[in-house]
Structure formats: C-alpha cells, structure tokens
Design a protein around this ligand. Structure first.
Ligand SMILES: *Cc1c(COP(=O)(O)O)cnc(C)c1O
Length: 453
C-alpha cells in the first residue's frame, strides 16, 4: 500500500479516551511525598494546590483508559488530529533505506503540543467552579497555550514568567496578554518566595523552579485559585497521550510498525504522550520498540542525573517527586531550548528509564541547530529548538541505517515551531552559538543538596 505524505485521521478516528500507561506498569512510579512529613501526598493535600479531578488522575495508577470530556474533544477538533508525516524528501536527501515519520504538533497558535494538556487542565478547573489559575512559564510556550485555553473557557490566568524570558521574549509575553492573561516577571515582589529570592540576589534573572514556587504561593494564598503545571506530572502525560494514540491509529491503518521512537525530553510530557500507547503494547508483551529520549547536554537529567526524591521547585514548597534529577538548585547554563531546561524529569518516564525500557541521549546545541536547519530546508517546517533535539537523533539513526543498509522505521515527535526562537537561530547563523556542558563538579554540587529521604 502506498503511504501518503501526510496521514490524517478523520474525526471519528480521533481518540475519545486518554491512555494511562501507569496501568500497564508492573512497578509503578514512586508517589509524590509531602515535604514536611515525607509521607505520600494524600488527595486532600494535593487538592489544596491542584483541582480535584486532576488530583484523581494524578493518583490513578490502575485505570488504563479515561474518557475525554465532550468539551475538550470539541476544542481538540479545532486543531487536531495533527498530521503524521512520512518524510519522503528527507529520506531521499539522506539516501537512507530507513523510513522516517514525524508527528507534527506545531499546528496551533501556541505552536506546540502543550495545548493538549492546557485545555484539559483549564476544563477541569472550570468544572470545579474555580475562580482562576496560576502557572509559571519559561520560554513562554506553556503560558501561551494555557492563555489560549483559559481565554476559550473564560477563566482568569496569572502567569509567572522567568524574568530573562519576560525581557528577552516580548512576543510570547504579548501573545499571552492578548489572550487575556496577567503576566508577572519572576522573581517578583508580589510573593514571599519572590521577595526572599530577591533579597538574596536583587539581580536574579529567574529560573523555572523559582517561577513555580511563586505560582504555587499565589494559588494557595488566593481563595478559589489553583496551580497548574505544563509538564512532569502524571496527569500531563495522560493528556498528552492523544499524540501517541493518534499516531498509533494512523500507523496501524497502514500496517506500519515503528522500530525506533524518538522524542525530546524536558519534563517528559511530549515524549511520554507519544510513547505511551506503544510502551503499553510492549509492557503487555504485544510488541517491541526502541524508545529514545533526547535531552540537551547542558541539562542532562537522564544521562547524568540521579534517580532520587527531589523538590520540583527552587523554593521547596512543592511535593517531592522521585525522578531523574540534577538537583533543584541546578541552574543550567544559558542554552536556547528553554523548554528543556528543567532540572528533573517525569516520574513515570524516570521509572521506565530506570527499568531499562527506554534509552536516553544528550546532544549539544550546535549539532541540534545544524539538524534544525537541515530539516527546515528539506521538509519546510521551521522547528522549535526543543523539537530539533529529536530531529538530531532521528537523522543520526537514519544515517546509521545508510551505513548498515538496515531498513528501519523511525518515528519522532516534532513538538513545535520555532518562529519565536529566531534570536537562537541568529546566534547559530552568526557562528556565535557555544556548547555548554556542566562539569561533574557542577552536578555533584547540586546533587549534594538533594533532600535526605
Ligand atoms: C515545552 C516544550 C518541550 C518540552 O517539554 P516536555 O514536557 O518534555 O514535552 C518540547 N518541545 C516544545 C516545542 C515545547 O514547547
């Protein structure tokens, strides 16, 4: 059967349920712990911070399929199904016998997969009758996606944006404000945590961990507000499973089985969402795949981090999560993939990686941008720097096939577009981009501050 350039699903073929990979894991991810008592967080405790239905999803390790509410499905239909592309041109240019596919999630105004979880989280908050939401954003993709979702459902949103991005990325900031969000640069003097950080370091340009602390504080001190997070958590991986479910349905339709599945990993939500249904099939003994997580060499949580309980934020107000981490005090050197600068990794993916079910590779940013520009010229899409990590490894694997003559089927997640990342492209084009790799001493220093659990 001839495989089309783009495999689209029709509306009836879109997933109507999320898939929860934890249900098929024999050894489950470790529970979140209360940082005070070191006991597993109860639903009642989590409900102080997160909305109720999302807490249920967070704690549910046993239900494999969870219905997607009709309102969320209608929103998805505005920009989904996303295309699964057979990269015929790329294969030709590379001269590889490999078959290359990518699932493109950049086809919405926010420009990334993050909208898949943003709309779900905003919907459950609305259903609970909450007054508003708070969140943090680094480079701005998550804040943009959540602004769109909150505007659609008419819920107020307060975004704490890492200060250096707030100043250097005015366009994303203005997209958020256009969709009605209130945006505050973090650290700010509007929270106790922010004041403390500023007292220590008045010139602090912020970090994701610090913005999380401020957003959580803002939620718990404002009646009727809750905090939402765009990655890392189990619930986010659950919502992102629509990526993998659509991909698997489309591939099954044409009898295609991927040998290698590749995704970039910041907090792990797109990769987790893409691989979930495939990993589920493998865990049930139905098929075998090679899964590869790709992270920046400047923030190598999987490849050089430690599997341990750690804080999710710098202010140490969030629950402790067991994950591959570089330590919550780790501040990655400036690299241009803002979405991949988190110190930790999804507890679900961490457990799968620890069990040897997944591999990880760290790549340097100049080689990532080389791959990004090569891909843009051939396939036409200008990729986000984050997504380009997956492109890098997909190209490497396809080139390996050219050398060995193997006809492998490679699938990767193309999480978004890079229109707001042109400063990074400019640096690369001007030959000014450098590769930063933390030393063993840097990593050991932040790991030495892990909480003693
Ligand atoms: C946020 C982001 C990522 C990384 O987040 P994950 O939770 O690891 O998926 C990757 N690509 C893009 C375009 C992003 O915006």
């Amino acid at each position: 059967m001839k495989i089309p350039y783009k495999i689209y699903l029709n509306e009836e073929e879109m997933p109507k349920q999320y898939y929860n990979v934890r249900a098929d894991m024999k050894k489950k991810p470790a529970p979140l712990l209360n940082p005070g008592t070191l006991q597993p967080m109860t639903a009642a405790e989590l409900e102080q911070v997160f909305c109720k239905e999302l807490v249920q999803q967070e704690l549910d390790d046993t239900t494999p399929y969870i219905d997607i509410p009709a309102e969320i499905l209608s929103f998805y239909k505005m920009y989904r199904p996303s295309p699964l592309v057979r990269a015929y041109e790329l294969e030709k240019k590379l001269g590889t016998p490999a078959h290359i596919y990518y699932k493109f999630e950049g086809n919405n105004t926010s420009g990334s997969h993050k909208l898949n979880s943003a709309i779900a989280q905003a919907y459950y908050a609305k259903k609970q009758g909450l007054k508003g939401l708070t969140t943090e954003t680094g480079a701005g993709q998550w804040g943009t996606a959540l602004s769109m979702a909150c505007a659609y459902l008419d819920i107020p949103l307060h975004v704490f944006m890492v200060k250096c991005s707030y100043e250097q990325k005015p366009f994303r900031r203005e997209v958020m404000r256009t969709y009605g969000a209130q945006v505050t640069p973090s650290p700010s003097a509007t929270t106790e945590v922010g004041k403390r950080i500023l007292a220590n370091d008045p010139d602090c340009t912020g970090s994701l961990g610090c913005a999380i602390s401020e957003a959580v504080e803002c939620a718990v001190t404002n009646e009727g507000y809750r905090y939402v997070l765009g990655s890392v958590l189990n619930q986010v991986l659950l919502h992102q499973s629509v990526i993998g479910l659509e991909t698997k349905t489309a591939m099954d339709k044409y009898g295609i089985k991927p040998d290698i599945i590749i995704g970039c990993a910041g907090g792990g939500s797109n990769l987790g969402g893409l691989i979930s249904p495939f990993m589920g099939a493998q865990l049930r003994g139905e098929a075998q795949y090679q899964f590869i997580a790709v992270e920046p060499a400047s923030c190598p949580s999987f490849t050089r981090g430690k599997y341990a309980y750690d804080f999710c934020d710098t202010g140490m107000v969030c629950p402790l999560a067991k994950m591959y981490t570089l330590g919550s005090s780790f501040i990655p050197s400036a690299n241009h993939a803002g979405g991949l600068r988190y110190h930790g990794m999804s507890p679900t993916l961490s457990e799968l990686y620890d069990q040897g079910l997944m591999e990880a590779r760290a790549v340097e940013q100049t080689s990532v941008f080389e791959a990004a520009e090569y891909f843009a010229k051939i396939e036409g899409i200008l990729p986000a720097p984050e997504s380009s990590h997956a492109i890098r490894v997909a190209l490497d694997e396809a080139i390996k096939c050219r050398e060995t003559g193997e006809q492998k089927t490679i699938l990767f997640g193309l999480t978004g577009t890079g229109y707001f990342d042109m400063i990074a492209y400019q640096r690369y084009n001007d030959g000014e981009m450098r590769d930063y790799i933390p030393t063993d001493e840097d990593i050991a220093a932040s790991l030495s501050k892990l909480p003693k659990v």
